[in-house]
Design a protein around this ligand. Structure first.
Ligand SMILES: N[C@@H](CCC(=O)N[C@@H](CS)C(=O)NCC(=O)O)C(=O)O
Length: 212
């Protein structure tokens, strides 16, 4: 079945999805959707994803949207290697970590929110950067605190999970916006371990064909 990922190289939701596809060993084609050229707002893209965000994953004739829902789909469709632990409470905790990224940090710092802050509400670039740093710090501090007792090589001991898949793109994004990552030594240690893995390396924004 042909699989096509509509994505943008430095979008963290796209990056998350690429990592998970690579870990699962799923072959996929990539279509670049240039956010700077507003291609995500074109009528033909809105047919695929009425929310107008990347990614969208076309599996045969079905279109899947929402990066975390796509991760869950990949986990159910290709259970090996697993990206969730077996233990039920641990699974809930891994999903909670994913939601810190997907619900508490990403939406409030999304490009459209940044534009609304500056263009509609008239905030300065400095105020926008302060806003981004605030929500990144709040979310990353909670993430660091939650994994401290359970981390090993990765967020959940030595098992790679969706938490790592979600974390690494968020750290890339935090760096892009010059957020201070020094308060999160556990996250930085895990980031170094993940970036050494081929699935993460292949998914890296700067290794995408649309990277500039
Ligand atoms: N909740 C959606 C968000 C998708 C989304 O908004 N992605 C960003 C890129 S990381 C985007 O397309 N932003 C464009 C915009 O905000 O206009 C998901 O997780 O897939």
């Amino acid at each position: 079945m042909p699989i096509t990922l509509y994505n943008y190289y430095r979008s963290s939701t796209s990056y998350r999805t690429r990592i998970a596809l690579n870990i699962k060993g799923v072959a996929y084609d990539v279509v670049a959707v240039n956010l700077l050229k507003n291609e995500h707002k074109h009528a033909d893209y809105l047919v695929l994803n009425p929310s107008g965000g990347v990614p969208a994953l076309k599996v045969g004739e079905q279109v899947l949207t929402q990066a975390h829902a796509i991760l869950e789909y990949l986990e159910e469709r290709w259970p090996q290697p697993p990206l969730l632990p077996k233990n039920l409470e641990a699974r809930a905790n891994i999903r909670a970590l994913c939601q810190i990224i997907a619900c508490d940090i990403h939406p409030v710092n999304n490009t459209s929110v940044q534009h609304y802050l500056t263009e509609t509400l008239g905030h300065s670039e400095t105020e926008k950067m302060a806003w981004i740093a605030h929500w990144q710090a709040k979310g990353l501090a909670a993430f660091e605190a939650m994994i401290k007792p359970i981390a090993g090589t990765y967020c959940y001991g030595d098992q790679l999970t969706m938490a790592d898949v979600s974390l690494i793109p968020q750290l890339f994004n935090a760096r892009r916006f010059e957020c201070d990552l020094a308060p999160y030594p556990t996250l930085l240690r895990i980031e170094a371990a993940c970036l050494a893995l081929p699935a993460f390396e292949k998914a890296h924004p700067m290794h995408q064909p649309d990277a500039i």
